[in-house]
Design a protein around this ligand. Sequence first.
Ligand code: PMP
Length: 308
Amino acid sequence: MSDTLKVWFNGALRDLEECNVSIRSHALHYGSSVFEGVRVYRTHRGPCAFRLNDHLKRFFWSASIYRIPMKYSFEAIHEACMATVRANGYESAYLRPVAFRGDCGLGVMPGDMNVVETAIIPAEWGTYLGEGVLERGVEVCVSSWQRVAPNTIPAGAKAGGNYLSSFLIVTEAKDRGFTEGIALGADGLVSEGSGENVFVINDGRILTPPVSASILGGITRDTAIKLARKLGYELVEQSISREQLYAADEIFFTGTAVEITPVRKVDHLLIGDGTRGPVTTAVQDAFFGLFDGRTEDEWGWLEPVGSN
Ligand code: PMP
């Protein structure tokens, strides 16, 4: 394990302390960054990045929406992610690829559209929402903050500025004594948590809001959909009302950071009997089974980090 954190920054692996950007960076003033969160798991096949290709596709797509010209090819960033894990000697990790507008003038319209900084920052992250939550579940509220409305700031792009909304949602939740908040969209229907997608189980059917519902189309969401269908569950992408949350037999969150986390209470109302339910348990088992070989990776989601 290396002593200093090694970060891939603008084309090379460097010590964290050497990675500096200008205080005039456009992204600092206007939120013009796009990023990803990717997990590397310790697996039966050695350290593997999970769905790195899919994350990087979204990364490039988010950049294109904001006309951020990527300075490195898909393949170069893919290899840089793997090299960053290896350079830090990690068996498991969380990776944060980020591309943002740097020092290109103080106007909203960048003086030079081509000034882009690119980094891959690694971290060691355990369970995001706290110890034991994968079994016990979390208590959440419905936020008084709505998610961004369609045709305002696209919720489907993973851009830095979107996280002002996430910050307000999670901060309000914490202030009110909850672990996380679920936001409704401008139409009053369920969208997502501050950093996770929502799944509701009723009478054995699994429901999740469609990607048009002011949500980020989560990679873990897609993983849960495919695994649940593989397990034989009926899974429907459809609008969900606030009261459907309260009436649910089970609810779970999906996200790279939260993985698959049960929700045990919404607005103080117990979901089911307040314990992790059978459907959540089955999807969770299938998910974690990918990393120890119990679930066959028929989709090619595990990408070995490799050796130097
Ligand atoms: N919604 C939001 C707002 C998020 O930040 C995230 C985390 N990236 C997700 C959903 C889940 O997406 P993923 O499964 O790709 O991590």
